[in-house]
Ligand binder design. Sequence first.
Ligand code: GLN
Length: 542
Amino acid sequence: MLFQKDMETRYIFITGGVASSLGKGIISASLGKLLQARGYKITIQKFDPYINVDPGTLNPYEHGECYVTADGFETDLDLGHYERFTGIETTRDNSVTTGRIYLSVIERERRGDYLGKTIQVVPHITDEIKRRILLNATKEHFDFVITEIGGTIGDIEGQPFLEAIRQLRWQLGPQRALNVHLTYVPYLAAAGELKTKPTQTSVKQLQGLGIQPEVLVLRTEHELSSDLREKVAHFCNVDVDAVIQSQDLPSIYEVPVNMQRQGLDAIILKKMGVEVGETPELGAWHDFLERRKNATRTVDIALVGKYDLQDAYKSIRESLAHAGTYNDYKVKIHFVNSEHITKDTVAEMLKGMAGIVICPGFGQRGIEGKIIAAEYTRTHDIPTFGICLGMQMMVIEFARNVLGYADANSSEMDPVTPHNVIDMMEEQKNITQMGGTMRLGAYDCELLNGSHTWKAYGEKPMVRERHRHRYEFNDKYRHEYEKNGMHCVGLNPESKLVEIVEIPELRWYIGTQFHPEYSSTVLHPHPLFMSFVKECVRDLKN
Ligand code: GLN
């Protein structure tokens, strides 16, 4: 394996054209994976042109789930892909938005740092973008920094980012900076033809901005002929072997293998003047894919939440898929809208489910349904995994129906309830700003020896998990819960905040205040998801 330790950092920029949702994040993650497999030290970062300072304040309907880094930054969900593919933790420096760029430039302007100069998009905003692109490699050495630019070529708000990468390519030269452009080749059924014109137009548009992509990745639903690839190469000033196709595949996890087969990483290395060397094996990755393919039995698991869209609970879905594969099952996820769950509908809505996940969330909408679901699975002993708000709903349900506090609630939903079993954390009480002010990022959690959770974690005394919340189990009630069968089995070692509850009497009834889904990766599935799915499949006959 080639490993040039002190190789100068090289920068790869990934842009997209023609349409959004082509899978730039997956291509970036796959390329990262392939370079990592060659022994290079890499990092992947996302630059999003929207004006929110971070994605934390965005409704999941806008851009899907908010992913949280271990160092406590609320980021775009693509960072989840980067981590799941490479197993490398990202940080707050790996997710940057226009809002964050402007905020720092404007703060500097207010401080008077620009000494009376007129502050302009070029050069001040573009300089700040460049500074941020280079920032990670000033903190530690990376062989490759992959930068994904969010949005699509032609978006007005994306222009400063494109100008910044144009300048960087010029400053760093062809060996240290390279552009990859992802486009779409539509198939017109009526004509029976694949169409390359949108790709040509997209590349022309990039060229008009002074950027010549060296590598093109063409997303397509049908195999592209070599003639067609030659045509694209010819019209776009790109070598034929640098026109890669990204055909629809049954799983996003097959993309790295497909990219490797076509030599995406090798072409990039060659163009950047790095010796290509042997193609790495990707052994464990292939084993995962093989196992996934062979897992033909299915287990039905319900996601009880309020967002009926794929991306809202992205990391939970992926974590379940990882755990399914390693338990040799295909997890069939059924979205169950908690707004429609009532005492009358719950049995029907959860019928046939081997287990349920009660999803995280904020606000009132759909919470009563989550509470009813928690009661149903508790009283029917169906494996239940409550995450963040989901855990809080398990706690409220237990207070209402076991401890006898009919008005028990979270002070998020009912600020005046006398039985605030979930209450705002002390340090949150004086916070008025919404953005970036929750309890965020990774904290230690001490596990109770002998608990289900402790066993699920492989009998570790201490784990570290990522948080994103303002409310917390109210310690005042702890004793009452424990006396009545719901145990607090995970505690923060310093603050003693309750991080995990479980009912040891039941098969699998665990709620975590943190988000384990943020740290499940393809090669390291999360132990709690592993144990949950294992329990869900235990009695299945198929
Ligand atoms: N709304 C709850 C809180 O702020 C739960 C948050 C979540 O599920 N991420 O504590």
